[in-house]
Design a protein around this ligand. Structure first.
Ligand code: GTP
Ligand code: MG
Ligand code: ZN
Length: 314
């Protein structure tokens, strides 16, 4: 038989390769392929120009680039079940909100904002109070009390007391990010859990009593069948810029939300309405006043800035 006359057999289509984006710095990413290999990659041009910029935590489909230095190209991102831009991570199951009880002083305005954002984004928050050896026990329990009253899981960590078992139980099979201000000990905790110095840690500025923004990028590490992400510390976070609706503020206050049906008006804002069950509770339990005052400030800020509501960033 004449071999030339045989129709050419089509080359088999290359199998799509998938993996998890572990890190991205200046447009260059690292992917952990399903084989376990971690390698550099770049997004295809249309992804870079489009609205969906790859984030650490994204599952992606990739193809070989032919370039030995950056061997993979991200073709497509898989649908996300959650994403945040502060810190920038996709598909988070849980946020470890890290706040030091001292050095630096806990920024409870930022903590409450992050609790609102977690609730609205459908991400479970766990508050990790760090450097707890720096505060007398009575003051520590006073600080934690409103958050425990709101039924938020609270974990205490100290210089010589890592709550390893507690954190391990929470991490198993999940994608979790450490988030919070600079200098609270996020990278220190991650290194201690992973058992090696993966991330650089920094000293607190003695003059300003603030961290020095040692961590500059988000990075994921495989851990306990899931992933742990370290993130850069931040202090400013505008709820209005994220595009939250004023009525969503209450989601970060479960201790007030559970009472909302008992107010005289169904759509009570819990600000100055008569017969407000939330205000009545705060009058009876003055230890709730600090959280209530922050709720009022956020609600008023969002009510005053309706123009930002379109661009939602969670
Ligand atoms: N006393 C005390 N110091 C701690 C504890 N945990 C961390 N530190 C110190 O706090 C400083 C800051 O720690 P980092 O882990 O770099 O803080 P970070 O949150 O990662 O900071 P950024 O990367 O800047 O966001 C370091 O000097 C740590 O040694 C703790 O439990 N107790
Ligand atoms: Mg750090
Ligand atoms: Zn009310």
């Amino acid at each position: 038989m004449d071999r030339q006359a045989m129709p050419a057999k089509p080359a088999p289509a290359p199998q799509p390769v998938s993996g998890m984006i572990m890190k991205g710095v200046g447009g260059l990413y690292e992917v952990r392929l399903d084989s376990g290999l971690q390698q550099p990659c770049r997004p295809r041009g249309r992804l870079r120009r489009g609205s969906q910029i790859p984030l650490p935590g994204d599952r992606a489909e990739l193809s070989a680039s032919g370039d030995a230095d950056i061997p993979w190209v991200i073709d497509r991102l898989c649908p996300r079940h959650s994403f945040l831009l502060r810190p920038p991570v996709a598909n988070l199951d849980c946020l470890f909100l890290c706040f030091s009880v001292s050095q630096p002083e806990p920024d409870l305005v930022l903590l409450d904002k992050l609790l609102i954002i977690s609730a609205v984004a459908g991400i479970k928050p766990v508050i990790i109070w760090t450097k707890t050896e720096l505060l007398p026990p009575a003051r520590l329990s006073q600080l934690l009390q409103p958050y425990q009253r709101a039924a938020y899981p609270c974990v205490c960590s100290a210089a010589h007391d890592l709550p390893a078992q507690e954190l391990l139980r929470l991490v198993k099979g999940r994608l979790i990010a450490f988030a919070g201000p600079s200098g609270v000990g996020k990278s220190t905790l991650l290194n201690r859990l992973l058992g090696a110095a993966h991330m650089e840690t920094g000293q607190i500025s003695q003059r300003l009593q603030r961290g020095r923004h040692t961590t500059r990028h988000v990075e994921l590490f495989p851990f306990a069948g899931g992933y742990l992400a370290d993130t850069p510390g931040f202090s400013s976070l505008e709820l209005s810029v994220i595009g939250l609706k004023p009525e969503e503020c209450i989601s970060g206050y479960p201790e007030f939300l559970q009472l909302a049906g008992a107010c005289r008006y169904q759509d009570c804002h819990h600000l100055s309405e008569p017969d407000c069950a939330v205000k009545a509770l705060v009058m009876r339990q003055p230890q709730l006043k600090c959280r209530y005052d922050r709720y009022v400030a956020f609600r008023r800020e969002l009510d005053a800035r309706p123009g930002y509501r379109k661009n939602r960033l969670i």
